[in-house]
Design a protein around this ligand. Structure first.
Ligand code: NAP
Length: 319
Protein backbone atom coordinates (compact mmCIF):
# COMPACT_ATOMS: atom_id res chain seq x y z
CA UNK A 1 0.00 0.00 0.00
CA UNK A 2 1.29 3.46 -0.92
CA UNK A 3 2.22 5.94 1.82
CA UNK A 4 -0.84 7.80 3.07
CA UNK A 5 1.04 10.76 4.50
CA UNK A 6 3.71 12.87 2.87
CA UNK A 7 6.85 12.78 5.06
CA UNK A 8 7.58 16.22 6.52
CA UNK A 9 11.11 16.36 5.12
CA UNK A 10 11.93 15.45 1.54
CA UNK A 11 15.05 15.69 -0.58
CA UNK A 12 14.86 18.48 -3.16
CA UNK A 13 16.33 17.36 -6.49
CA UNK A 14 16.63 20.64 -8.42
CA UNK A 15 20.18 21.31 -9.66
CA UNK A 16 21.56 17.95 -8.58
CA UNK A 17 23.89 17.15 -11.47
CA UNK A 18 23.22 13.91 -13.33
CA UNK A 19 26.59 12.49 -12.31
CA UNK A 20 25.87 12.98 -8.58
CA UNK A 21 22.19 12.23 -8.62
CA UNK A 22 21.84 8.44 -8.32
CA UNK A 23 24.37 8.30 -5.48
CA UNK A 24 22.79 11.27 -3.66
CA UNK A 25 19.34 9.71 -3.86
CA UNK A 26 20.69 6.37 -2.66
CA UNK A 27 22.62 8.00 0.21
CA UNK A 28 19.57 10.03 1.18
CA UNK A 29 17.37 6.94 1.34
CA UNK A 30 19.98 5.10 3.41
CA UNK A 31 20.14 8.17 5.70
CA UNK A 32 16.38 7.91 6.24
CA UNK A 33 14.77 10.12 3.56
CA UNK A 34 11.45 8.70 2.41
CA UNK A 35 10.31 11.67 0.32
CA UNK A 36 11.89 12.80 -2.97
CA UNK A 37 10.89 16.00 -4.72
CA UNK A 38 11.66 15.87 -8.43
CA UNK A 39 10.46 17.26 -11.73
CA UNK A 40 10.77 16.72 -15.45
CA UNK A 41 12.46 20.11 -15.60
CA UNK A 42 15.29 19.06 -13.29
CA UNK A 43 16.62 16.84 -16.07
CA UNK A 44 17.70 14.06 -13.71
CA UNK A 45 14.72 11.73 -13.37
CA UNK A 46 16.56 8.77 -14.91
CA UNK A 47 19.32 9.16 -12.34
CA UNK A 48 16.79 9.61 -9.51
CA UNK A 49 15.25 6.34 -10.72
CA UNK A 50 18.66 4.63 -10.59
CA UNK A 51 19.13 5.71 -6.99
CA UNK A 52 15.66 4.49 -6.04
CA UNK A 53 16.15 1.17 -7.84
CA UNK A 54 19.45 0.54 -6.07
CA UNK A 55 17.90 1.29 -2.68
CA UNK A 56 15.00 -1.06 -3.40
CA UNK A 57 17.27 -3.79 -4.80
CA UNK A 58 19.58 -3.53 -1.78
CA UNK A 59 16.58 -4.01 0.51
CA UNK A 60 16.94 -0.55 2.12
CA UNK A 61 13.37 0.40 1.34
CA UNK A 62 10.33 -0.76 -0.59
CA UNK A 63 8.54 1.34 -3.22
CA UNK A 64 5.55 1.63 -0.91
CA UNK A 65 7.65 3.23 1.83
CA UNK A 66 8.74 6.07 -0.48
CA UNK A 67 6.88 9.24 -1.37
CA UNK A 68 7.92 10.34 -4.86
CA UNK A 69 6.79 13.68 -6.28
CA UNK A 70 7.23 14.91 -9.84
CA UNK A 71 5.94 17.95 -11.70
CA UNK A 72 4.18 18.63 -14.98
CA UNK A 73 6.30 20.96 -17.09
CA UNK A 74 4.80 24.10 -18.68
CA UNK A 75 4.94 22.73 -22.23
CA UNK A 76 2.65 19.79 -21.36
CA UNK A 77 -0.36 21.75 -20.07
CA UNK A 78 -2.70 20.89 -22.96
CA UNK A 79 -5.02 18.07 -21.85
CA UNK A 80 -3.76 15.75 -24.60
CA UNK A 81 -0.16 16.11 -23.35
CA UNK A 82 -0.60 15.63 -19.61
CA UNK A 83 -0.61 11.83 -19.63
CA UNK A 84 2.28 11.78 -22.07
CA UNK A 85 4.31 13.87 -19.63
CA UNK A 86 3.59 11.75 -16.58
CA UNK A 87 4.30 8.55 -18.50
CA UNK A 88 7.71 9.92 -19.52
CA UNK A 89 8.50 10.81 -15.90
CA UNK A 90 7.36 7.37 -14.72
CA UNK A 91 9.43 5.65 -17.38
CA UNK A 92 12.53 7.67 -16.47
CA UNK A 93 12.00 7.06 -12.76
CA UNK A 94 11.33 3.35 -13.33
CA UNK A 95 8.09 3.56 -11.34
CA UNK A 96 4.51 2.65 -12.07
CA UNK A 97 2.93 5.39 -9.97
CA UNK A 98 3.82 8.73 -8.43
CA UNK A 99 2.68 9.67 -4.96
CA UNK A 100 2.21 13.28 -6.01
CA UNK A 101 2.14 15.09 -9.35
CA UNK A 102 2.17 18.88 -9.29
CA UNK A 103 1.55 21.54 -11.92
CA UNK A 104 5.02 23.12 -11.84
CA UNK A 105 4.00 26.67 -12.76
CA UNK A 106 0.70 28.34 -13.66
CA UNK A 107 2.28 29.03 -17.05
CA UNK A 108 1.19 27.20 -20.20
CA UNK A 109 3.84 27.15 -22.91
CA UNK A 110 3.72 25.82 -26.44
CA UNK A 111 4.16 22.06 -26.73
CA UNK A 112 7.61 20.71 -27.57
CA UNK A 113 7.60 17.01 -28.54
CA UNK A 114 9.68 14.76 -26.31
CA UNK A 115 11.67 13.63 -29.36
CA UNK A 116 12.54 17.26 -30.16
CA UNK A 117 13.94 18.17 -26.77
CA UNK A 118 13.65 16.80 -23.24
CA UNK A 119 13.38 18.39 -20.81
CA UNK A 120 11.94 21.18 -22.96
CA UNK A 121 12.86 24.02 -20.57
CA UNK A 122 11.73 27.61 -21.17
CA UNK A 123 12.62 28.57 -24.73
CA UNK A 124 10.34 27.38 -27.49
CA UNK A 125 13.29 27.24 -29.89
CA UNK A 126 16.70 27.74 -28.25
CA UNK A 127 18.33 27.82 -31.70
CA UNK A 128 16.28 30.84 -32.88
CA UNK A 129 18.07 34.14 -33.49
CA UNK A 130 16.28 35.62 -30.50
CA UNK A 131 15.00 32.71 -28.41
CA UNK A 132 11.86 33.45 -26.39
CA UNK A 133 9.23 31.69 -24.33
CA UNK A 134 6.07 31.05 -26.32
CA UNK A 135 2.76 30.65 -24.55
CA UNK A 136 -0.06 28.22 -25.29
CA UNK A 137 -3.71 29.16 -24.91
CA UNK A 138 -4.55 26.54 -22.32
CA UNK A 139 -6.57 27.57 -19.28
CA UNK A 140 -5.51 26.02 -15.99
CA UNK A 141 -8.87 24.33 -15.42
CA UNK A 142 -8.28 22.17 -18.51
CA UNK A 143 -4.88 21.11 -17.25
CA UNK A 144 -6.36 20.33 -13.83
CA UNK A 145 -9.08 18.10 -15.28
CA UNK A 146 -6.41 16.19 -17.21
CA UNK A 147 -4.46 15.80 -13.96
CA UNK A 148 -7.60 14.37 -12.35
CA UNK A 149 -7.74 11.72 -15.06
CA UNK A 150 -4.24 10.56 -13.99
CA UNK A 151 -5.59 9.84 -10.52
CA UNK A 152 -8.51 7.90 -11.97
CA UNK A 153 -6.08 5.84 -14.07
CA UNK A 154 -3.90 5.07 -11.03
CA UNK A 155 -0.82 6.73 -12.52
CA UNK A 156 -0.60 9.15 -9.60
CA UNK A 157 -2.00 8.93 -6.07
CA UNK A 158 -2.39 12.66 -5.45
CA UNK A 159 -2.28 15.88 -7.48
CA UNK A 160 -1.47 19.45 -6.57
CA UNK A 161 -0.04 22.75 -7.68
CA UNK A 162 3.05 24.91 -7.30
CA UNK A 163 3.51 28.63 -7.47
CA UNK A 164 -0.21 29.42 -7.25
CA UNK A 165 -1.28 32.56 -5.42
CA UNK A 166 -4.47 32.82 -3.37
CA UNK A 167 -6.58 33.97 -6.33
CA UNK A 168 -5.60 30.92 -8.39
CA UNK A 169 -6.30 28.66 -5.42
CA UNK A 170 -9.77 30.12 -4.89
CA UNK A 171 -10.45 29.57 -8.58
CA UNK A 172 -9.08 26.00 -8.54
CA UNK A 173 -11.39 25.11 -5.65
CA UNK A 174 -14.42 26.12 -7.70
CA UNK A 175 -13.82 23.49 -10.36
CA UNK A 176 -11.69 20.74 -8.80
CA UNK A 177 -13.46 17.39 -8.74
CA UNK A 178 -10.36 15.77 -7.27
CA UNK A 179 -9.27 18.15 -4.51
CA UNK A 180 -5.68 19.38 -4.67
CA UNK A 181 -3.58 17.56 -2.09
CA UNK A 182 -0.71 20.03 -1.86
CA UNK A 183 0.50 23.51 -2.62
CA UNK A 184 4.25 23.91 -3.12
CA UNK A 185 5.58 27.45 -2.83
CA UNK A 186 8.77 29.34 -2.08
CA UNK A 187 8.84 29.98 1.65
CA UNK A 188 11.55 30.81 4.18
CA UNK A 189 11.92 33.49 6.85
CA UNK A 190 12.34 36.25 4.23
CA UNK A 191 9.14 35.14 2.49
CA UNK A 192 6.75 33.75 5.08
CA UNK A 193 3.62 33.76 2.86
CA UNK A 194 1.35 33.62 5.89
CA UNK A 195 -1.91 34.53 4.14
CA UNK A 196 -1.36 32.15 1.24
CA UNK A 197 -0.46 29.31 3.61
CA UNK A 198 -3.54 30.00 5.74
CA UNK A 199 -5.72 30.03 2.61
CA UNK A 200 -4.30 26.71 1.42
CA UNK A 201 -4.78 25.14 4.85
CA UNK A 202 -8.36 26.40 5.05
CA UNK A 203 -8.99 24.47 1.87
CA UNK A 204 -7.37 21.40 3.41
CA UNK A 205 -4.17 21.43 1.35
CA UNK A 206 -0.83 20.35 2.69
CA UNK A 207 1.80 23.09 2.17
CA UNK A 208 5.38 22.40 1.13
CA UNK A 209 8.00 25.13 1.33
CA UNK A 210 10.57 25.10 -1.45
CA UNK A 211 13.92 26.85 -1.18
CA UNK A 212 13.47 26.64 2.59
CA UNK A 213 17.03 27.92 3.08
CA UNK A 214 16.24 31.11 1.16
CA UNK A 215 19.08 32.68 -0.80
CA UNK A 216 21.42 29.68 -0.66
CA UNK A 217 19.99 27.94 -3.71
CA UNK A 218 20.23 31.09 -5.81
CA UNK A 219 23.88 32.00 -5.21
CA UNK A 220 25.12 29.66 -7.95
CA UNK A 221 22.57 31.20 -10.36
CA UNK A 222 23.65 34.77 -9.52
CA UNK A 223 20.09 35.41 -8.39
CA UNK A 224 21.09 36.18 -4.78
CA UNK A 225 24.12 37.37 -2.90
CA UNK A 226 25.80 35.80 0.12
CA UNK A 227 24.85 38.72 2.36
CA UNK A 228 21.19 37.74 1.86
CA UNK A 229 21.67 34.45 3.70
CA UNK A 230 19.11 34.07 6.47
CA UNK A 231 21.56 31.80 8.29
CA UNK A 232 23.56 34.89 9.23
CA UNK A 233 20.68 36.57 11.05
CA UNK A 234 21.34 37.17 14.75
CA UNK A 235 17.99 35.69 15.85
CA UNK A 236 18.71 32.50 13.89
CA UNK A 237 22.21 32.20 15.31
CA UNK A 238 21.00 32.84 18.86
CA UNK A 239 18.32 30.15 18.57
CA UNK A 240 20.88 27.75 17.08
CA UNK A 241 23.14 28.31 20.04
CA UNK A 242 20.33 27.76 22.55
CA UNK A 243 19.13 24.49 21.01
CA UNK A 244 22.66 23.38 20.08
CA UNK A 245 21.83 22.95 16.38
CA UNK A 246 23.05 24.65 13.21
CA UNK A 247 21.44 27.82 11.82
CA UNK A 248 20.21 25.75 8.86
CA UNK A 249 18.45 23.34 11.22
CA UNK A 250 16.80 26.26 13.00
CA UNK A 251 15.49 27.73 9.75
CA UNK A 252 14.23 24.32 8.58
CA UNK A 253 12.67 23.52 11.96
CA UNK A 254 10.89 26.90 11.95
CA UNK A 255 9.05 25.93 8.76
CA UNK A 256 8.11 22.49 10.11
CA UNK A 257 6.98 23.87 13.43
CA UNK A 258 4.57 26.27 11.72
CA UNK A 259 3.05 23.34 9.85
CA UNK A 260 4.83 23.19 6.49
CA UNK A 261 6.69 20.33 4.88
CA UNK A 262 10.15 21.12 3.55
CA UNK A 263 12.28 19.72 0.73
CA UNK A 264 15.85 20.97 1.28
CA UNK A 265 18.37 19.98 -1.38
CA UNK A 266 21.94 18.91 -0.69
CA UNK A 267 24.47 16.65 -2.34
CA UNK A 268 26.60 16.44 0.81
CA UNK A 269 25.99 13.48 3.09
CA UNK A 270 26.65 15.46 6.27
CA UNK A 271 24.05 18.06 5.25
CA UNK A 272 21.56 15.42 4.16
CA UNK A 273 21.73 14.05 7.71
CA UNK A 274 21.70 17.52 9.26
CA UNK A 275 18.59 18.54 7.31
CA UNK A 276 16.70 15.45 8.50
CA UNK A 277 17.63 15.82 12.18
CA UNK A 278 14.91 18.28 13.09
CA UNK A 279 12.67 16.36 15.44
CA UNK A 280 14.63 16.23 18.70
CA UNK A 281 14.35 19.93 19.54
CA UNK A 282 11.83 22.76 19.40
CA UNK A 283 11.97 26.52 19.01
CA UNK A 284 10.15 28.54 21.63
CA UNK A 285 7.39 31.01 20.81
CA UNK A 286 9.63 34.06 20.92
CA UNK A 287 12.14 32.40 18.57
CA UNK A 288 9.33 31.42 16.19
CA UNK A 289 8.00 34.99 16.23
CA UNK A 290 11.43 36.60 15.84
CA UNK A 291 12.25 34.42 12.84
CA UNK A 292 8.85 35.13 11.26
CA UNK A 293 9.50 38.85 11.79
CA UNK A 294 12.41 38.62 9.32
CA UNK A 295 9.79 38.50 6.56
CA UNK A 296 10.48 40.91 3.72
CA UNK A 297 8.20 39.32 1.09
CA UNK A 298 11.44 38.52 -0.74
CA UNK A 299 11.12 36.07 -3.63
CA UNK A 300 14.29 34.58 -5.06
CA UNK A 301 12.30 32.48 -7.54
CA UNK A 302 10.04 34.88 -9.44
CA UNK A 303 9.15 34.34 -13.11
CA UNK A 304 8.51 38.09 -13.26
CA UNK A 305 12.26 38.53 -12.79
CA UNK A 306 13.96 35.44 -14.21
CA UNK A 307 11.85 35.05 -17.36
CA UNK A 308 12.86 38.55 -18.35
CA UNK A 309 16.49 38.22 -17.32
CA UNK A 310 17.19 34.71 -18.59
CA UNK A 311 14.51 33.99 -21.18
CA UNK A 312 14.06 37.34 -22.86
CA UNK A 313 10.33 37.31 -22.07
CA UNK A 314 8.24 39.39 -19.67
CA UNK A 315 5.98 36.97 -17.82
CA UNK A 316 5.13 37.98 -14.26
CA UNK A 317 2.65 35.78 -12.36
CA UNK A 318 2.52 37.38 -8.91
CA UNK A 319 2.30 41.09 -9.80
P1 NAP B 1 17.29 24.86 -0.65
O1 NAP B 1 17.05 23.42 -0.45
O2 NAP B 1 16.66 25.83 0.28
O3 NAP B 1 18.85 25.19 -0.65
C1 NAP B 1 19.77 24.41 -1.33
C2 NAP B 1 21.14 25.06 -1.17
O4 NAP B 1 21.50 25.11 0.19
C3 NAP B 1 22.22 24.32 -1.88
O5 NAP B 1 23.14 25.27 -2.36
C4 NAP B 1 22.85 23.46 -0.78
O6 NAP B 1 24.20 23.23 -1.09
C5 NAP B 1 22.69 24.36 0.43
N1 NAP B 1 22.46 23.62 1.68
C6 NAP B 1 21.68 22.54 1.88
N2 NAP B 1 21.67 22.17 3.16
C7 NAP B 1 22.48 23.03 3.81
C8 NAP B 1 22.88 23.15 5.16
N3 NAP B 1 22.43 22.31 6.09
N4 NAP B 1 23.72 24.16 5.49
C9 NAP B 1 24.15 25.04 4.56
N5 NAP B 1 23.81 24.95 3.25
C10 NAP B 1 22.98 23.97 2.88
O7 NAP B 1 16.87 25.33 -2.11
P2 NAP B 1 16.19 24.67 -3.41
O8 NAP B 1 17.00 23.54 -3.91
O9 NAP B 1 15.88 25.81 -4.32
O10 NAP B 1 14.78 24.17 -2.87
C11 NAP B 1 14.58 22.87 -2.40
C12 NAP B 1 13.81 22.05 -3.41
O11 NAP B 1 12.54 22.64 -3.68
C13 NAP B 1 14.44 21.96 -4.81
O12 NAP B 1 15.57 21.12 -4.86
C14 NAP B 1 13.27 21.48 -5.61
O13 NAP B 1 13.05 20.10 -5.39
C15 NAP B 1 12.14 22.30 -5.00
N6 NAP B 1 11.84 23.55 -5.74
C16 NAP B 1 10.63 23.65 -6.36
C17 NAP B 1 10.33 24.78 -7.10
C18 NAP B 1 8.98 24.89 -7.75
O14 NAP B 1 8.80 25.78 -8.60
N7 NAP B 1 8.04 24.04 -7.41
C19 NAP B 1 11.25 25.83 -7.21
C20 NAP B 1 12.48 25.71 -6.54
C21 NAP B 1 12.76 24.58 -5.81
P3 NAP B 1 24.85 21.74 -1.20
O15 NAP B 1 24.05 20.95 -2.20
O16 NAP B 1 26.24 22.04 -1.65
O17 NAP B 1 24.77 21.17 0.18
Amino acid sequence: MALQEMPKVGLGLWKIAKEDCAQTVYDAIVAGYRHLDGACDYGNEKEVGEGIAKAINDGVVSREELWVTSKLWNTFHAPEHVQLAVEKSLEDLGLDYLDLYLIHFPIAQKFVPIETRYPPEWFFDPTADEPKMELAKVPLYQTWHAMEALVEKGLVKHIGVCNYNSALLHDLMTYANVKPFALQIESHPYNTQEKLIATAKNYGLSVTAFSPLGALSYLELDMASANESVLEQAVVKAAAERVNKTPAQVVLRWNIQRGCSIIPKSTKLSRLKENLALFDFALNDSEMDAIAALNADKRFNDPGDFCQAAFNTLHPIYD
